[in-house]
Design a protein around this ligand. Structure first.
Ligand code: NOJ
Ligand code: CA
Length: 694
């Protein structure tokens, strides 16, 4: 472009922008690219900025306001005017280094609204909306301005004014842990303070009637909504406070007992995105990529040193009580010999890695101890575990080792040792670590989801990246799509995982748990659920516990619950001689495409995924406590190709409690015109591997 033309263009843009700024608009509308979602921005009579969201002309969020309370200045959020605004369109396709799919379309309309208070102190605040066809994200930006350089936020007052007493799938707004069971109630019946949630978890704090996110809902008109946040960085986690009378939710940030504010930030800064996913089929909530799209592009570049993989390891046996993490008990699980037997089995069964928990000193002083700083040591093994030899043997057999760092939430100790621990891993060629944060955070007064811990996880992920290490965090900060920016944050817990089936006193995860998780927690990102328990009744170790699904459902979970690392969690002896284990050998862990074929929140879900680098498809379907018939149309397959489908389905008499291991394995030839009727048992499922016939 010629210099002169460029200058004219620049001047024209500046002029338009200046006009924008002087116009004092009162109502601005933005439509998503295909027009499904509409956001209106307005200033109410009292000068409060507000928004309204419509989906296909139905109001799904009615007039809802924005605002903040601060420690040392008056609240912001009324008596404001619009001093400028700008809309733009954006469309890109980016690639996931690993994921549910290779290519992701990021297509939205953006609206930036510049606000200013009409009276002194005349503070500036911008609100930015990204409007997608599958929902919206919005965030606050505080530009540099005179009179303020730092904000001490005591709370954020973002409203979500829903338009009916929707059916809601929720967990309580716990500042410390996400390992609660979901409740299904109408909005007006949400009670996070109910006795049911006063449970004895190693850490829990539910200060008010609020819910954690993602929280999903269904309206009477059949519209599905899910509320969460994206790119939680340098800020504290958001719970949603429940106002039953007004059918409204309002953000409630996680705080700290050590400070009189919840978030401290120097200007300029922006908050995480507040997200609302919207769909008219529940299945579309899972296909939506809104959360990752709202995160920044990959900052790490090529991370091909990490390969998605299945893993097994010294883990379930501790949860069963067969062995223990500590040495003093006399039944230490993490021995060189035991690790080698896992390596042997993994190497023969297409399992790429093993996890060894309880390998390092400190476990004698873990749960129940207040003074946990300085206890765990992330470089010193117990005397019966030879780390170098285990790594060497793994290399010989082509099996990687997953490191384990249970920090016991003693953050000072982990901060101190992190570099040393990561460099030990690097020197051994270990690229993955499972971290753990069981217990109340030390220093006392911090919570797992406050700004202080969000910053800790940011430091861990950035430090790990320097050593070519990926993180799988348990008791983590919630997932908010950061994996797009830092693809070394590969998986997390942050839900009630399989472990509860081994020991919880309340009967474990009920059959409806995962059909809810798929439409709630899983919208946030990958889950290290640890499926694949074949010995459903846990004999002889846990007479009072069991897994509340059929064996076929355990297989289906490898497809339904997404993670680039998937554990085959059971003991070696429970896999030996099992025909059903072939599915775990075969199933992929990294996907080219994902199709969510059908589902209803809390009832059932059916997902098909195509493996990257092969022509293989895998399908999983799971149901709650109700048996149900499903029909699968294979129209997602390629044209003119024949496939062998190996079907792992519930036996005729299967039932999660009465007969969980009844399974039938069948082989048939299919193509894209085929369809199949299947009966899922109560608490059951089906897993199908679909491989082209040459
Ligand atoms: C809790 C984790 O969720 C579990 O997977 C792990 O085995 C224990 N903590 C010990 O770190
Ligand atoms: Ca846990």
């Amino acid at each position: 472009m010629k210099k002169k033309t460029l200058l004219i263009l620049l001047l024209a843009t500046a002029f338009l922008h200046a006009c924008d700024r002087n116009k004092k608009l009162e109502n601005i509308q933005v439509l998503s690219p295909k027009g499904k979602v509409e956001v209106s921005f307005l200033i109410k009579g009292d000068g409060s900025p507000a928004y309204v969201v419509k989906y296909k002309n139905n109001t799904v969020i009615d007039t809802s306001t924005f605002g903040f309370d601060f420690k040392d200045q008056i609240s912001i959020g009324n008596n404001m005017e619009i001093i400028g605004s700008k809309t733009s369109a954006f469309n890109e396709t980016w690639e996931m280094p690993w994921g549910e799919q290779l290519k992701v379309i990021n297509n939205y309309k953006q609206l930036i609204v510049n606000l200013q208070e009409k009276a002194e102190p005349k503070r500036l605040m911008d609100v930015v909306f990204k409007v997608y066809d599958d929902g919206i994200g919005f965030r606050y930006e505080f530009p540099e301005q005179e009179k303020i350089d730092t904000l001490l936020i005591t709370d954020e007052n973002t409203q979500f004014n829903i338009t009916g007493d929707h059916k809601v799938w929720w967990i309580p707004g716990d500042w410390d842990i996400y390992e609660h069971l979901y409740s299904t109630t109408n909005f007006s019946e949400i009670n996070a303070l109910a006795d049911k949630y006063k449970v004895d978890l190693a850490q829990t704090y539910i200060p008010e009637n609020a819910v954690n996110t993602p929280v999903s809902m269904k309206t009477d008109e059949g519209i599905y909504l899910s509320f969460h946040e994206a790119n939680l960085t340098g800020y504290s986690g958001m719970t949603l406070k429940i106002d039953k009378e007004n059918l409204m939710m309002q953000s409630g940030l996680v705080g700290s007992e050590r400070t009189a504010y919840k978030v401290k930030r120097a200007l300029p800064f922006h908050t995480p995105w507040r997200t609302i996913q919207i769909a008219d089929k529940a299945a579309d909530l899972i296909e939506s990529k809104l959360i990752v799209n709202l995160n920044e592009a990959n900052k790490l570049g090529d991370i091909s040193w990490f390969k998605p993989t299945k893993y097994m390891g010294i883990w379930w046996e501790m949860h069963l009580g067969k062995s223990s993490w500590d040495l003093a008990s006399g039944k230490h699980g993490a021995t060189t010999k035991n690790a080698k037997s896992f390596i042997d089995f993994a190497s023969k069964n297409q399992i790429g890695a093993i996890l060894v928990e309880g390998w390092n000193t400190g476990w004698e002083h873990w749960i129940g101890f207040e003074d946990r700083e300085g206890v765990f040591d992330f470089v010193t093994s117990y005397p019966d575990y030879d780390l170098n030899e285990v790594v060497r043997y793994g290399k010989e057999k082509g099996v990687d080792i997953f490191m384990h760092h249970e920090t016991s939430a003693a953050i000072g100790t982990y901060n101190q040792q992190m570099d040393t621990a990561f460099s030990l891993m690097q020197s051994l060629g270990i690229h993955a670590v499972k971290t753990g944060y069981v217990g109340k955070i030390i220093p006392k007064g911090e919570y797992h989801h406050g700004q202080w811990m969000v910053n800790h996880f940011q430091k861990v992920i950035e430090t790990a990246a320097k050593y070519d290490i990926v993180i799988n965090a348990h008791e983590p900060i919630k997932a908010t799509g950061i994996r797009r920016t830092y693809p070394n944050f590969v998986s997390r817990e942050g839900l009630r995982g399989q472990e509860f089936n081994a020991w919880s006193a309340d009967g474990g995860n009920p059959p409806e748990h995962l059909p809810i998780v798929a439409f709630t927690r899983m919208l946030a990102g990958p889950i290290d659920f640890t499926p694949g328990i074949f010995n459903i009744k846990l004999t002889p170790y846990r007479a009072d516990n069991q897994v509340n699904t059929t064996l076929a459902q355990q297989l289906a979970l490898y497809v339904v619950i997404y993670s680039p690392i998937q554990m085959a969690a059971d003991l070696i002896e429970n896999y030996k001689g099992q025909a059903a284990f072939q599915f775990i050998r075969d199933v992929g862990v990294n996907w080219e495409t994902t199709k969510v074929l059908d589902g209803e929140i809390g009832d059932f879900v059916t997902i098909a995924r195509k493996e990257r680098g092969t022509e293989n498809w895998f399908l999983g379907s799971i149901t709650d406590e109700n048996a149900r018939n499903i029909t699968i149309a294979f129209d997602f397959l390629d044209d003119n190709k024949k496939y062998e489908a190996i079907i792992y389905k519930d036996g005729k008499d299967a039932h999660w409690d009465k007969n969980p291991v009844s399974i039938k394995i069948e082989k048939i030839i299919i193509d894209k015109t085929s369809s199949l009727e299947l009966k899922l048992a109560a608490g059951g499922g089906v897993a199908i591997s679909i491989m082209p016939v040459n």
